[in-house]
Design a protein. Structure first.
Length: 399
């Protein structure tokens, strides 16, 4: 008589290499999105247009993401996820090279539309990729690694791209980013593990996203994300004049302050993966409350050096954790069948928040003044936090 002994399957090894390669791709994509912001004067002079029009190149990029991400994600839903990442990186590289060769401003705008379309589709895939690579209990850790590239783009990518452009010309900076992105595409193809996604299965029935029981929780997360980002970029779009005109700092302090903000954001990213991610809902609430406290401290005590600096660093650290925690919340909320669709909706919500916040800040700038903009962020963040807590309590009651 033999006794059956249950087979214990060891947990698969954590995919460090694949996630680091994914983070590198994110770094390249976000750097390309923000590259014009550091090269405004050089591009303005050579292309013969004002600096505000060069700044609109970032707006064009984000607007393309908002408009095209969901339809492009639907059209490409049967394409393998790794292959699609490689395709989007190649298109991003092409957009950079075409920007470097563009003879005039309208041509540069067209290249940014191409880049924005690729960027939006890239994020629609990347946002869910970590969820395909690891079990649910490792989501926060995996997402924090994959999106770390976005934080590093602000800390290193944009400053280095700006320095390269100032030394060798903005066209060289764009061409160099194109070359690096092609290299990134090759690394993704070689080292990123392929994943199975339900929409890509040959015999899979069409996914009815709206009929999925997790669709409403996904939409709630995306609305909370949009409101949070609208508030954030209502204020952060004008952080440079806030530092000088409201806090009274010299112009020479802007770069060190923004660098410190980037480092604080990187610390927040680590906290999201190592600490806050253990209890995703509680961790997200903590990050949102801490972000609000930091912004409120900046608004209430802008001319008190110790308090304002501490508030600025708290603001940077807490907000650095938010994208990871929101993405983790999304992946916990969505079923495996609609995870890719959820990621594309989330990408649209995130970029809608960026563009909408910048427009709201511009509209309020002359009405309530620069010093009041962080209070707008605090108010919107309070609404988003209240919605998050309410939905968490409702879900607990109905379980």
């Amino acid at each position: 008589m033999t006794s059956s002994i249950p087979t214990v399957h060891p947990a698969p090894p954590f995919p460090w290499l694949g996630l680091i390669v994914l983070a590198s791709a994110v770094f390249l994509s976000v750097t390309i999105e923000m590259l014009p912001t550091g090269l405004l004067p050089d591009m303005s002079r050579e292309l013969g247009v004002g600096e505000p029009l060069i700044g609109l190149l970032v707006t064009v990029f984000a607007a393309t993401v908002v408009v095209l991400t969901v339809p492009l994600a639907a059209l490409t839903r049967r394409v393998g996820r790794r292959r699609l990442i490689v395709i989007t990186l190649v298109l991003l590289a092409a957009s950079c090279v075409l920007s470097a060769l563009a003879p005039n401003y309208p041509t540069v705008v067209a290249t940014r539309v191409l880049g924005g379309a690729a960027h939006g589709l890239f994020w629609a895939v990347v946002g869910a990729y970590a969820g395909h690579l690891v079990p649910k209990e490792q989501l926060a850790r995996a997402v924090s690694i994959s999106v770390a590239g976005g934080s590093m783009a602000f800390v290193l990518g944009v400053p280095l791209g700006t320095a390269l452009g100032q030394a060798l010309g903005w066209r060289f900076a764009f061409a160099a980013m194109g070359g690096l992105t092609l290299l990134g595409a090759a690394l993704v193809w070689r080292f990123l593990p392929p994943v199975r996604h339900h929409a890509g299965e040959a015999d899979a029935a069409p996914v009815r996203v709206r009929r999925d029981p997790t669709f409403v929780p996904v939409i709630v997360v995306c609305l909370i994300t949009a409101v949070t980002m609208i508030g954030m970029y209502t204020f952060y779009t004008y952080i440079t004049p806030y530092l000088t005109d409201v806090m009274g700092l010299p112009t020479s302090a802007i770069s060190p302050m923004l660098f410190a903000y980037g480092i604080a954001g990187a610390v927040g990213l680590v906290l999201a993966g190592a600490v806050l991610g253990r209890r995703p809902t509680v961790g997200l609430v903590v990050a949102m409350v801490a972000t609000g406290l930091g912004a409120a401290g900046l608004a209430a005590f802008p001319e008190e050096p110790v308090v304002s600096l501490a508030s600025f660093l708290l603001f940077g650290t807490a907000f650095g954790a938010l994208p990871t925690m929101l993405n983790t919340r999304l992946l916990h909320s969505a079923s495996a069948k609609i995870r890719d669709a959820a990621a594309s909706i989330y990408t649209t919500a995130f970029n809608t928040g960026i563009g909408g916040g910048a427009l709201l800040g511009a509209a309020l700038y002359e009405v309530i003044g620069l010093a009041a903009l962080p209070w707008v962020f605090v108010a919107l963040l309070a609404c988003a936090t209240a919605a998050l807590v309410w939905t968490a309590l409702v879900n607990r009651v109905h379980r």
